[in-house]
Ligand binder design. Structure first.
Ligand code: NAI
Length: 331
């Protein structure tokens, strides 16, 4: 298949090229994101391959469908950036990579949590400046803490098991309880307000959808245990960032580890070190000593990149051969 690959970066090209060669697909790489203004680049390709911050709204989909594209291959799990109804109306099939390395994301969640708790980001900067003072670096034992896992699917369950391994008590919230997680960790399911009130650490692992948009808002932050830590490696839209800022200022939120941010599409994945940051909310978040922000890198392991490439190419081959699209998403 001829595939227009959008929003490509150096770290993934080699892996994608290798997997494509194995299955005979021809890739054209574009650094641009797919959006209405760049959609004509898809001309002459049967498929587009996109990532989390491409804009697959009705307008884009109508343009690529008119250019002969038949398949949208997401090289990610989340599909909140695709207008699925418009895709169906334009005869565009949508496939994704449902799982590439839930371990990568769960382990990055742990990395953010431990770094925040033990002030690793601050200690690292200090010792590079030969400041070996310990003032302000007091953390707390993870052992015995209550960790509230919001969303106990693949990633949330792995994170729950990791936290259980540290000696934490696991509270969980999900529309579907995960029996395996209960058996393995003794996790207890609770209502969201009960979980918020009892957790020392909150970790978000639900997908972004209408029901979960701003699941952590002003009210949720008010319900939280004072000083609780919040880690979000799922999607930025789960957290009302302005409410989080107020929570951090008042001390209601003890610390925040964010791998995702609602308005990340304008800044993440690119080097803006020479630019004046225009996003005042992000700029404010970056001023807190108890906030760590990473730019949507939780998935970024060699294992995950290789799984993404393999599944994406298998998805393309299935479409090409008219086989069932096992990884299809539809409205
Ligand atoms: P999953 O589908 O295995 O688990 C999601 C869980 O959320 C399910 O157990 C489901 O029942 C639950 N859920 C759905 N709607 C809910 C609601 N309204 N209330 C409560 N629970 C609800 O997904 P997985 O693989 O664990 O991924 C979770 C999220 O992680 C993805 O949706 C994606 O947004 C994010 N992600 C982030 C990455 C990163 O690099 N930062 C990489 C990969 C995924």
């Amino acid at each position: 298949m001829h595939v227009a690959v959008f929003d490509t970066h150096g770290y993934e090209r080699g892996t994608l090229e290798m997997a494509a060669a194995e299955r005979g697909h021809k890739l054209t790489f574009f650094e641009e994101r797919l959006r209405p203004e760049t959609a004509l680049l898809a001309s002459g390709h049967e498929a587009v391959c996109v990532f989390v911050n491409d804009t697959l709204d009705r307008h884009t989909l109508e343009i690529i469908a008119a250019e002969g594209v038949e398949l949208i291959a997401l090289r990610c799990a989340g599909f909140n950036n695709v207008d699925l109804a418009a895709a169906a109306q334009n005869n565009l099939k949508v496939v994704r990579v449902p799982e590439y390395s839930p371990y990568a994301v769960a382990e990055h969640t742990l990395a953010l949590l431990l770094a925040l708790n033990r002030r690793i980001h601050r200690a690292y900067n200090r010792s590079r400046d030969r400041n070996f003072s310990l003032e302000g670096l007091v953390g707390s034992d993870m052992h015995g803490k209550t960790v509230g896992v919001i969303g106990t699917g693949k990633i949330g369950a792995i994170f729950g098991r990791i936290a259980h391994g540290l000696g934490c008590r696991i509270l969980a919230y999900d529309v579907r309880p995960n029996e395996e997680l209960i058996a393995q960790t003794g996790a207890q399911y609770a209502t969201l307000p009960d979980l918020l009130a009892a957790s020392d650490i909150l970790s978000l692992h639900v997908p972004l959808m209408e029901a979960t948009h701003h699941i952590i808002n002003e009210e949720a932050i008010r319900q939280m245990k004072r000083g609780a830590y919040l880690v979000n490696t799922s999607r930025g839209g789960l957290v009302d960032a302005q409410a989080l800022i107020e929570g951090l200022k008042s001390g209601q939120v003890g610390a925040a580890g964010l791998d995702v941010y609602e308005e990340e599409a304008d800044v993440f994945f690119e080097d803006h070190s020479d630019d004046v940051l225009q996003d005042d909310i992000l700029a404010r978040l970056l001023t807190f000593p108890n906030v760590i922000i990473t730019s949507h890198q939780a998935f970024l392991t060699t294992e995950a990149l290789s799984n993404i490439a393999d599944t994406t190419m298998a998805n393309l081959s299935a479409k090409e051969k008219g086989e069932p699209l096992t990884n299809e998403v539809s409205a």
